[in-house]
Design a protein around this ligand. Structure first.
Ligand code: PLP
Length: 399
């Protein structure tokens, strides 16, 4: 039967990395995949992670199976990270957390769980959103629709249109929201806008599914919680997917979590037992290593402090690169104002480059940008900045 199977298209983002890796041009620049890079262009292992790994190697006693939902200590630390210590959902036991393989695993486990109990629901995602969101929810069997989010004309959030759409979504549907550092636009909701969205969710009764993949990359670990806390205050039931790929740099260790909020501890326990079934028939129980690293760091005050400083340094570098990039584009003699890039949050920016310009940059300049013009700002380094700006200048004039 394999004779008749046609090749599937390459992944829009990971396929670009493969093309970058095989490009022989020594000046090549990869602004595609969402991986943090330091000023030397490498994706480092954080020193706090290395220290935690040493500690784990010295003290680990077994490689026996993990519980289906992972180590309960990890779950508790994740809850405290996303909500803050002492939040009512934690003390009342109405939040339950499973350790999942990255944020993608959290999204997929959540999607499979919801499909069982809300089989007819539509999942609403922002226009645009991370390409894999659509794939994940469609793979779980959901119909996926978009609500307005980014306005390419103003290069900003179209909040009026977003709000109007959210006000029409019915109870029983699912709305996916990015808590901070919106991927791919870098455009987030202001606090006041979060409060309005939370009120709409509470009134309409649709189920919020919050994707929290960049906690600490926006303003700080605490400030980035704002949207989640606003939603939790209005919506007794919701789902949160966390990723520790970026903020702990644990990309290849596939470390994330799925948290379920219910009205009370009894309902949370019943729902969580169904999440455990989804996990059991999928990957049985999580790989331990990444979770052990996170648990070791978050439960050791000195390591935690070291990690927070490293997280802050990653965030500060990206913010600095945003301003340098805007200034360098101007210095290169480009008349178009790219000032908006300096105000966006997280690793990504919608650069405003057209698909034709993106294709020109790849083919003629070996500069790799995701279709639609999303750039990973963290891929810009002092070494490639001038080359990049000159290439963009040419793309803007030639195409
Ligand atoms: C918005 C968003 N959600 C989820 C993920 C998945 O993260 P992970 O690599 O932990 O699966 C990403 C990763 O790029 C992302 O950008």
């Amino acid at each position: 039967m394999f004779e008749t199977i046609q090749s599937a298209p390459p992944d829009a983002i990971l396929g670009l990395t493969a093309a970058f890796q095989s490009d022989p041009n020594p000046a090549k620049v990869n602004l595609g995949v969402g991986v943090y890079k330091d000023a030397s262009g490498t994706t480092p292992i954080l020193a706090s992670v290395k220290a935690a790994e040493r500690k784990i190697v010295e003290t680990a006693k077994t490689k026996s199976y993990m519980p289906i939902g992972g180590d309960p200590a990890y779950g508790k630390l994740v809850q405290e990270m996303i909500l803050g210590v002492g939040h009512e959902a934690i003390s009342s036991g109405r939040i339950r957390t499973a350790h999942t393989p990255g944020g993608t695993g959290g999204l997929r486990v959540g999607a499979d769980f919801l499909k069982k109990f809300l089989p007819g629901a539509t999942v609403w995602v922002s226009k645009p959103t991370w390409a894999n969101h659509r794939g994940i929810f469609q793979a779980a069997g959901f119909k996926v629709e978009e609500y307005p989010y980014y306005d390419p004309k103003t290069r900003a959030l179209d909040f009026d249109a977003m709000k109007a759409a959210l006000e029409k979504i019915k109870a029983g549907d699912i709305v996916l929201l990015h808590v901070c550092c919106h991927n791919p636009t870098g455009v987030d909701l202001a606090h006041e806008q979060w409060s309005q969205v939370a009120e709409i969710a509470g009134k309409q009764g649709w189920l919020p599914f919050l994707d929290f993949a960049y906690q600490g990359f926006g303003a700080s670990l605490e400030a980035d919680r704002f949207g989640l806390l606003a939603m939790a205050a209005q919506c007794p039931e919701m789902i949160v997917s966390s990723s520790f790929s970026k903020n702990f740099g644990l990309y290849q260790d596939r470390t994330g979590a799925l948290s379920l909020f219910a009205k009370d501890a009894k309902q949370a326990a019943a729902s969580f037992s169904n999440i455990e079934i989804v996990i059991r028939v999928n990957y049985s129980n999580p790989a331990a290593h990444g979770g052990l690293i996170v648990t070791t760091i978050l439960s050791d005050p000195a390591l935690k402090q070291q990690w927070i400083l490293e997280l802050n340094a990653m965030r500060d570098r990206i913010a600095g690169v945003r301003s340098q990039f805007v200034a360098a584009l101007k210095n290169a003699g480009i008349a178009q104002d790219f000032g908006y890039i300096a105000h966006q949050k997280g690793m990504f920016s919608f650069s405003g480059l057209t698909d034709a310009q993106v294709a020109f940059l790849k083919e003629k300049k070996a500069v790799y940008v995701v279709g639609g013009g999303r750039i990973n700002v963290a891929g810009i380094t002092p070494k490639n900045l001038d080359y990049l700006c000159a290439a963009i200048k040419e793309a803007l004039t030639v195409v």
